[in-house]
Design a protein around this ligand. Structure first.
Ligand code: TYM
Length: 331
């Protein structure tokens, strides 16, 4: 069975963009792979976090993974900082990566620009992709399902794996990236030229998976769209309505062509109000499941077992990597 790995940061509550770009495909792929899903709290601290909030979000994120439909009997769910192999391998990958290639990452450039206005830029923000490469490579991962914004990090992971293999020993699997067919890049609701992001300062730009469902429907109804009124997918000319069509299609499974037909004789108002209802009922069901996991005692057991299983697998690869690089004594 091939191996799958993916991660989400507990730096806030995930958005419906994260759901569509990531969780939805995780669920669709869970039967076919030996799948590892990680709550990457060490990535989250590359920018300042409130200690208590981070803990709370980490727990909620675990519940959100499960509420999305992942079956803990089939997959391994764990917290990055609870599996020491990640930090160990990250150091090795930092010694494989070059400063120049890390500085070219667009996510680093964006976050560094924002961070510079508030505080200093941490070293961890720059070496973030080395930790991400470590996350993936220590499981011998074949495929990494992610949204489109992570494409550049994945390309760097592949380059680092190849560099390690040719410099030291050919032991790392070079992973493939997988983006969803629909919804690999959900855009902001108030600026459809910008990615939907949980760290957006404007609350109207994104819908968090734990937003009040009625308030979420309202955000959809007031989403920015262009001045014409035809419900038609056209990413260049009609980015706002195209983004809403993508969300609609991803949440209902209806194709974009079918939705265009369904709303042929309607205007944006009707379309947005019905999408608002779709989002509202999706969130009501979703949040019921999240609350179930948060209230049940099983969450901690799932995470304990996940960390143990992940460690068993990852430690073997870390040992091989250390041997290849000449670390420690010969055993
Ligand atoms: P993060 O936490 O920003 O996002 C988690 C997942 O959601 C996807 N995503 C989106 N998809 C569609 N539209 C959007 N607007 C949108 N915003 C986010 C992301 O592509 C991602 O799949 N660096 C990663 C976390 C990470 C990771 C890893 C991922 C750490 N190690 C190893 C894969 C493998 C991140 O910040 O994702």
């Amino acid at each position: 069975m091939k191996t799958l790995f993916s991660g989400v940061q507990p730096s806030g509550i995930p958005t419906i963009g994260n759901y569509i770009g990531a969780y939805k495909q995780f669920v669709e792929m869970q039967d076919e792979y030996d799948a590892y899903f990680c709550i990457v709290d060490q990535h989250a601290i590359t920018v300042p976090q409130d200690r208590l909030k981070l803990r709370e979000n980490t727990r909620k994120l675990a519940a959100i993974y499960l509420a999305s439909g992942l079956d803990p009997e089939k997959i391994t769910l764990f917290i990055q900082s609870e599996v020491a192999a990640h930090a160990k391998a990250a150091w090795m990958m930092q010694c494989i990566g070059y400063i120049g290639e890390l500085e070219r990452m667009t996510q680093f450039k964006d976050k560094a620009r924002r961070q510079n206005q508030r505080d200093g830029i941490s070293v961890g923000l720059l070496t973030y992709p080395s930790l991400m490469a470590a996350d993936i490579l220590i499981y011998g991962t074949d495929v990494v399902p992610v949204g489109e914004d992570q494409g550049q990090h994945l390309e760097l992971t592949r380059n680092m794996a190849e560099r390690f293999n040719s410099k030291y020993n050919d032991i790392l699997t070079v992973p493939e990236v997988k983006h969803p067919e629909v919804g690999g890049r959900i855009m902001s609701l108030n600026d459809p030229t910008k990615k939907m992001s949980k760290s957006d300062d404007n609350q109207k730009g994104f819908i968090s998976l734990l937003d009040d469902p009625k308030a979420a429907a309202k955000k959809i109804r007031s989403a920015v769209t262009d001045s014409s009124s035809e419900v038609k997918y056209d990413k260049e000319e009609k980015p706002g309505i195209s983004n809403l069509l993508t969300i609609y299609s991803a949440l209902t499974g209806k194709s974009i062509a079918d939705l265009e037909k369904q709303y042929e004789d309607s205007n944006y108002g009707v379309f947005k109000s019905e999408l608002g209802e779709v989002v509202e009922s999706f969130l009501i069901d979703f949040q019921d499941r999240v609350n179930h996991y948060l209230e049940s005692g099983e969450l901690d057991d799932i995470l304990d077992q996940g960390a143990e299983k992940a460690s068993t697998k990852a430690d073997k690869m870390v040992e091989k990597m250390e041997r290849a690089m000449g670390l420690g004594r010969k055993r």
